[in-house]
Design a protein around this ligand. Sequence first.
Ligand code: ARG
Length: 478
Amino acid sequence: MRLWGSRMEKELDREVASFSTSIGEDLALYRYDIWGSIAHCRGLEKVGLLSSPEAQQIIAGLRDVYRLIQEGKVDPSPFEDVHSLVEVTLRERIGEVAGKLHTARSRNDQIVLDERLFLREAVAETITQILSLIHTLLEKAEAYRFLVMPGYTHLQPAQPVPFAHHLLAYCFMFLRDIERLEDSLKRIDLFPLGAGALAGTSLPIDRFYVASLLAFPAVQENSMDIVADRDFILEFLGGLAILALHLSRLGEEIVLWSTPHFGFITIDDAFTTGSSIMPQKKNPDVAELIRGKSGEIIASFFSLSITMKALPLTYNRDLQQDKPPLFRAIRETSSILSIAGKLLAHIFPQEDRMKEALRDGFLTATDFCEYLVEHGIPFRRAHTLVGEIVKKLASEGRTLHELREDDLGEYRNLFSEELRQRLNEETSVERKISFGGASKKEVEREIERCKTFLTQETDKVKLWQNKWWESFRELVGE
Ligand code: ARG
């Protein structure tokens, strides 16, 4: 069922109808379509385009349609899209007066209104899920704040770091992801209705009034831009793509750490799977799938970018294809965020293995250099000297813990108990007191910083959601 057809001489080809329908996707937007329609109706009433009784009749009808769809009592299959479904169902219930609802409106501005209403809630929900993941990471970080492990560059042992410091690195990535999504909200939370098909309208609408009913802080300015723009979805998908990259790195490290070669963590049996042929296997499939599924989220950003590339202004039907990647990305992100939190709560660091790994790889060689620097030796000279000492120790199968006075050659007078202490991994960590460094003090500061962020952000999101919820309740009820 369609909202047009009088200028056509033929019925629509059946295959064309099924090729062009979007109801399978945009039915998910019915809540927003009706919410926006009721606000639009109030706007038409305010400027006299609808009488009060007409407006009341339409609004009551729209509320009924909302409940019918909610209860699964409307068959969506014959409709072209969610807009047709709502309007036709409304007409069936309240008769011809339903035909006044679409005054001064086009599906072109209507669909972006639906998407903007939907997306601002999706931003809040995604942020809430990321906050919960950060919370789990912080709990692990706090529980293991004294645990030291090797840090890597080039996947080669580099310097000792607290396990908590490594987890906090992810907290800061996720914190940026939240900031990015929050920033995208500035351009999502804008009111589009009133652009009409592309040129605005000659009817005396009050866009600012309708925007305020829907709790939009600002009204979009150029009617052509309004119906042609999908940047707001791209920005959101871009934010999710970067978040997905971060999640894939976390998944990868959990896979690596759980191999017997690293052995830094074990994963709870409930979060691993076996092999159909090798009875001994315990595989980190959840972490692998986090890594694997993140690709689909990143692809969603590219998918919509390709749809948008070189598209002429203004509305083109191509734009209907913004929904599949958007919904797919949201679905995958939500499921990954949820399982990642559970997985993290079910990994257990293996202290002994981390300790063992700390002894290989001359992890405190840089601390050795810094000790020499404190004694007036230029860093470059110290670097060369320690490099030579490491070469010698390695060839003799010794570690820095077994350093002897004569290994220092012409600098033997600098050999001291203090130096031996400095070559200890725990000491090395404790001395990394530079702002943001690996010391316990800094780790604790970072934990506090993240906790404050968590509280502030949670409050902020609740405020947004309350504001939106009030608008919904006022207009649609519930
Ligand atoms: N289903 C369409 C979409 O999602 C709604 C807008 C249709 N507008 C039109 N002129 N055909 O983009």
